[in-house]
Structure formats: structure tokens, C-alpha cells
Write a protein that binds this ligand. Structure first.
Ligand SMILES: [Fe+2]
Length: 245
């Protein structure tokens, strides 16, 4: 009956080894992420409190749901930096990127590419969470031929991809970088995604870890995750490339 008074857990800085969070949705009202500047600022404070020194913001580019424009996103990013600075947020902004859904809009985008790249180098892409887009591999190959380095966001979250089969190996052989979500390791997206994430780590397929923070629910889950000893050990055990961007 006293559950209402249960104390919230304090954040622990277990993400220090990563240095940079390279996947989050903290520009207000441009996608399904943060709803207002106050929420963005609270989430950014949480990222700092759990150990991140730097952050790269990656709003969705997804057709037709989030038809964002790069110039507009850059303007909003400048506003976020300004407001976060005024609010005393200590985290360093290491740039603006995007999370590009491979869909019919992406196909059109390839004709006249202008991507917001992470660290001026990587393009973060995601697949549909429900089904594979026809021609998906060809589009990735096309991008690579144009000289882009591709990071696939949260490969553990696509149930139609057989993580334990050859499909994942094929993507790795194709030179696609993998970024898992930190919260997957705590079961935030279900037990199957958690199992897949750990399996991919064990295979040595994972180069990046992101928080994919959308709002304060994610931020609180991240704080809770800092009390998971297995996650803490995982962050110490594997070398991630987060610090290099
Ligand atoms: Fe995301």
C-alpha cells in the first residue's frame, strides 16, 4: 500500500565509457520524440547524469509521417542548443544527425542526397519495425557506392530479420555498422529484443550503442538501467566506436 512512496532511483554514470550518445529524439515537436523544450532539457540532463559527455541529436526522417527538412532541423537544433545552454545543461552538443527510415521517401532522397551525417561521416538508417522494404539492400549498397558509411539503428528490434541466421551476417559482410539501443539490454522492448541485442554483442557485430531517448519515460528507464550490473559490465567489456564520432 506504500508503493506510491517508493523512492525513485538515482542515476549512476555507467555510460561514461561510451562518451557520446549518438541517437536520440530531443528536438521538440519534429517527430515522436520530445513534446516541448522543457522535456528535451530534462532528458539532456538525464543523459549527462548517466555518464554521457556529448550528444548527437537524430530526428526521424520518415515518409510520410515525419517529412522533416534538413535546413529546418538545423535551425531548431540551434535553438535547442541555445535553450539548453541557458538552462545550465552541461552536456556538449556534438552535432546534428538524422534517423533516416529506408522507405519510398528514402528512394526519392537517393536521387538528390543531402543527409545530416553523424560526425560528418555516418548516415544513421532504420528499417520498418514491421516488414522489410523491397529493394532495401540495394538502397544501402547504392549509398555505400556513393561513399556513405551506414549505421543501422537498433537491428535487435526488427522481428522479421533472423538475427540468428545469415541475414545479419550478410549486412555485416556488406560493411553496415550496427547500433543497438541501450534500453534493449534491460528488456524495455521485450525479452526477444534483449536476447537479440546480447547475441549480437557476443558475435562482435555491434559498433555503436545509442539511447534512442524520445521523452522522460525513456529517460527514467535509462536511470533505472544504470542499476543493472550486467549492463554496466557489458559497457566495460566491449569497445564501442561512440567516442570516435
Ligand atoms: Fe530512433
Amino acid at each position: 500500500m506504500f508503493a506510491f512512496f517508493k523512492k525513485k532511483k538515482e542515476p549512476r554514470p555507467i555510460f561514461q565509457p561510451l562518451g557520446t550518445d549518438m541517437h536520440c529524439h530531443l528536438i521538440p515537436r519534429v517527430d515522436d520524440g520530445s513534446k516541448c523544450m522543457e522535456e528535451s532539457i530534462e532528458c539532456l540532463k538525464t543523459l549527462k547524469a548517466v555518464g554521457y559527455e556529448k550528444v548527437i541529436i537524430t530526428p526521424h526522417f520518415q515518409y510520410p509521417r515525419f517529412q522533416n527538412d534538413e535546413d529546418d532541423i538545423c535551425r531548431r537544433f540551434d535553438e535547442l542548443k541555445q535553450q539548453a545552454g541557458d538552462a545550465g545543461v552541461q552536456i556538449v552538443f556534438a552535432g546534428i544527425g538524422g534517423e533516416y527510415r529506408i522507405d519510398t521517401g528514402f528512394q526519392a532522397r537517393l536521387e538528390k542526397p543531402r543527409f545530416l551525417k553523424l560526425g560528418g561521416k555516418y548516415v544513421l538508417v532504420e528499417f520498418s519495425l514491421h516488414q522489410q522494404m523491397p529493394g532495401c539492400d540495394e538502397m544501402i549498397f547504392d549509398m555505400q557506392m556513393k561513399g556513405y558509411d551506414i549505421i543501422l539503428a537498433h537491428p535487435e528490434r526488427y522481428p522479421y530479420l533472423n538475427v540468428f541466421g545469415s541475414r545479419m551476417e550478410q549486412l555485416k559482410n556488406q560493411g553496415v555498422y550496427f547500433q543497438i539501443n541501450a534500453l534493449s539490454l534491460g528488456g524495455f522492448y521485450g525479452e526477444e529484443a534483449k536476447r537479440r541485442a546480447y547475441y549480437m554483442l557476443e558475435q562482435g557485430w555491434v559498433e555503436f550503442m545509442g539511447t534512442d531517448t524520445h521523452n522522460t519515460v525513456y529517460a527514467q528507464a535509462l536511470i533505472n538501467l544504470t542499476h543493472d550490473r550486467k549492463v554496466e559490465k557489458t559497457l566495460e567489456k566491449y569497445d564501442f566506436l561512440n567516442k570516435t564520432i
